[in-house]
Design a protein around this ligand. Structure first.
Ligand SMILES: [Zn+2]
Ligand SMILES: [Zn+2]
Length: 334
């Protein structure tokens, strides 16, 4: 008997781990090592090895995901050994799957395509994988000294997810990795797995790759109108920016970027979905009556209960307020 035959999920987990780690390695340099007055380019030249290891991880991740897809049909297709060597007849000894040779390289890709249903995978995936394979081989064998840009590697990671597991799979895998962290919910926003940090990831990717490129990898249309999230916008408090003389130039809730979207994206839609906290909020479609100077044309308002204290009696009462998700103006019921 062949023991411990792996499941598609086992390979998928390995693949996602490799790809998420490849991403995090790059992100950590850009968010942890950049300093004013030193060009980013030089920081990256110093850290070329990070990009190289990311490429190796991407290649490993793709192979694991191909194995995952093949195992949906049967993990036995991954075995390299001749069937005459299989210990599967009655009364034969047991053998562990991991002790048997499995296919790789060209055999793996051919088996993968053989198990696919028609139109299951984008035609460009073949070129994508070939591209990763060639760069990876150069790195592993120490030949060629082609420069790699962090943006290029980030795109390879995102496209691997999108080709093999569909739009949205990169973000889901990254979020799972955050929420699985044993320290999650400790509540320190500096920690890499807290929600505030996810705003940093989205802002980072958008700034680096552009909205158009990033949009290829999300189910939600990132080009549609965006809103603040009633739940997680500003949950980290207030960010005060000062100029060099120490004068306050800007006071903003933090995080403050907009990653919530109408769902569905229609003019009469009454739901807003947040990519970060993954909550859906019911909203009213009425015009914002915010201060005129803001000239807000928003018409997506969130009804919120707010505790208030009567100044004369000290009595606490609940008050309904409406929060404009376009300008964050709070509108009390008159
Ligand atoms: Zn949210
Ligand atoms: Zn408004």
């Amino acid at each position: 008997m062949i023991q411990n035959i792996p499941k598609p999920k086992d390979y998928e987990n390995v693949g996602f781990e490799c790809l998420v780690q490849a991403y995090k390695n790059i992100n950590q340099i850009d968010n942890g090592q950049l300093i004013p007055d030193v060009p980013r380019e030089e920081i990256w030249q110093y850290n070329t090895i990070v990009l190289k290891t990311s490429i190796v991880l991407i290649h490993q991740g793709i192979e694991a995901l191909l194995k995952s897809k093949i195992s949906r049909k049967s993990p036995l297709l991954l075995l390299e050994q001749k069937r005459s060597d299989w210990k599967t007849l009655p009364n034969s000894d047991d053998i562990d799957f991991t002790d048997m040779y499995t296919i790789s390289g060209e055999d793996l890709i051919r088996t993968f395509f053989a198990t696919l249903n028609e139109d299951e995978i984008d035609n460009n995936f073949r070129t994508h994988f070939e591209n990763v394979r060639v760069i990876r081989n150069k790195i592993v064998h120490g030949i060629g000294n082609d420069e790699i840009e962090p943006e290029e590697v980030l795109k390879l990671i995102l496209w691997t997810f999108t080709y093999l597991n569909g739009k949205g799979s990169f973000w889901r895998a990254l979020q799972d990795k955050f929420y699985d962290h044993p320290g999650h919910l400790v509540g320190d926003s500096e920690l890499e797995f807290e929600e505030v940090q996810q705003y940093i990831h989205l802002d980072y990717l958008e700034a680096l790759l552009g909205k158009g490129e990033l949009n290829n990898h999300f189910e939600i249309d990132l080009k549609s109108r965006r809103y603040y999230c009633p739940e997680c916008t500003g949950q980290d408090g207030i960010l005060v920016q000062k100029d060099q003389e120490g004068n306050v130039v800007n006071v903003d809730p933090h995080p403050t970027s907009k990653w919530a979207f109408l769902q569905p994206n229609k003019s009469d839609s009454t739901n807003v979905f947040c990519l970060v906290c993954q909550n859906t909020f019911e909203v009213e479609r009425i015009d914002c009556k915010g201060e005129e100077k803001k000239a807000c044309k928003g018409n997506v308002l969130y009804l919120e209960e707010e505790a208030d204290i009567d100044e004369d009696t000290g009595e606490v009462f609940e008050e309904e307020v409406k929060l404009c998700l376009t300008c964050m103006d709070i509108q009390k019921k008159k």
